[in-house]
Design a protein around this ligand. Structure first.
Ligand code: NAP
Ligand code: COA
Length: 263
């Protein structure tokens, strides 16, 4: 994509928690393409090293669990030591699986809330003193489940709803020096998330039918939203959640075909 000028993020340091695969790795790669110094972190050290190699020369891959405040804070201190104070921090680590509430143990529920919601608090609370301020930009990766209840996902719905409010409160507390926003991706192709949530062709087709854009999104499209939110073009945007979802949140588009036929 050539949406933004090549050196847009030159001189910036970006850290992506949960940036060792999928959507978040796509964001990290795009930041690096635009000139940022980039670090990513996940639990698996080998996966983190592979991700850093994939991003390119100078990128750092760290192992830290976002559920462990000291570990994630330590990882971010390493980033500052090696790349300088952080201008951009993405909190994108998440866990999800389909299970009915009655088929979910207390530990299963707690595990997802701990990764998604507590993890985002840990990343953002831990990074604040390490940021290049004023002007820093924080982005949490949330999801439509924060707003639209979805059976078999009580853990993810509750966790992402919490993230949406966390974004808004931190925007109030940390403005004007730090902007805090969220991105809510729709179903994104070739991701672990959609492998888990839409494992069969029938479920995938029903998703397409209901989305205004009639297709799943691309990792690169979410990455462009992240670049926008941390660019000067978004200098007056904080406390908002950008839906990069082909219209998934707008409503059910399956009758749109009928409407087009009648026009
Ligand atoms: P993914 O490939 O599974 O990425 C998850 C990342 O988080 C990996 O780097 C993983 O690495 C890391 N991670 C997981 N648990 C962690 C923990 N406890 N501590 C630190 N890192 C951890 O997922 P994805 O499908 O691309 O989703 C990425 C984000 O987009 C998530 O926030 C998800 O909720 C959101 N989202 C996705 C979709 C979609 O269509 N896929 C839609 C809406 C929202 P390790 O396993 O090595 O820890
Ligand atoms: N259905 C019901 N319960 C499940 C489950 C499923 N499909 N998968 C895991 N659990 C339960 C476990 O049984 C355990 O509960 P218990 O101790 O009462 O038995 C609890 O969840 C924690 O599981 P564990 O495997 O110990 O957690 P973990 O911290 O190693 O891994 C997960 C976290 C479960 C979220 C794992 O799926 C993961 O690492 N996900 C990251 C990737 C991902 O989900 N990507 C998509 C992002 S949208």
């Amino acid at each position: 994509m050539t949406t933004f000028r090549d050196n847009l993020l030159a001189g910036k340091t970006a850290f992506v928690a949960g940036g060792t695969s999928g959507i978040n790795l796509g964001i990290a790669k795009r930041f690096a393409q635009l000139g940022a110094k980039v670090a990513v972190a996940g639990r698996d050290p080998e996966k983190a090293a592979r991700a850093a190699a994939d991003i390119g020369v100078g990128a750092i891959g760290l192992s830290a669990d976002v559920r462990d405040y000291a570990a994630i804070r330590g990882a971010m201190e390493q980033v500052v030591d090696q790349l300088g104070p952080m201008d951009i921090v993405i909190s994108g680590a998440a866990g999800n699986f389909l299970a009915p509430a009655l088929g979910m143990s207390a530990n299963a529920f707690r595990t997802v809330v701990d990764i998604d919601l507590n993890g985002t608090f840990n990343v953002f609370r831990g990074c604040h003193a390490l940021l290049n301020r004023p002007g820093a930009s924080l982005i949490a990766i949330t999801a439509g489940q924060a707003v639209n209840a979805s059976a078999l996902q009580v853990h993810a719905c509750a966790a992402k709803a919490g993230i949406n409010q966390l974004i808004r409160v931190l925007a109030l507390e940390w403005g004007p020096e730090v902007r805090v926003n969220g991105i809510s991706p729709g179903p994104i192709a070739d991701t672990e998330g959609m492998k888990r949530l839409a494992p069969d062709a029938e479920t995938r087709q029903s998703h397409f039918d209901r989305i205004a854009m009639k297709r799943w999104g691309k990792i690169e499209e979410v990455a462009e939203s992240a670049v926008f939110l941390c660019s000067p073009a978004a200098a007056y945007i904080t406390g908002t959640i950008l839906d990069c979802d082909g219209g998934s949140q707008v409503g059910d588009a399956s009758r749109g075909d009928l409407a087009r036929g009648m026009a």
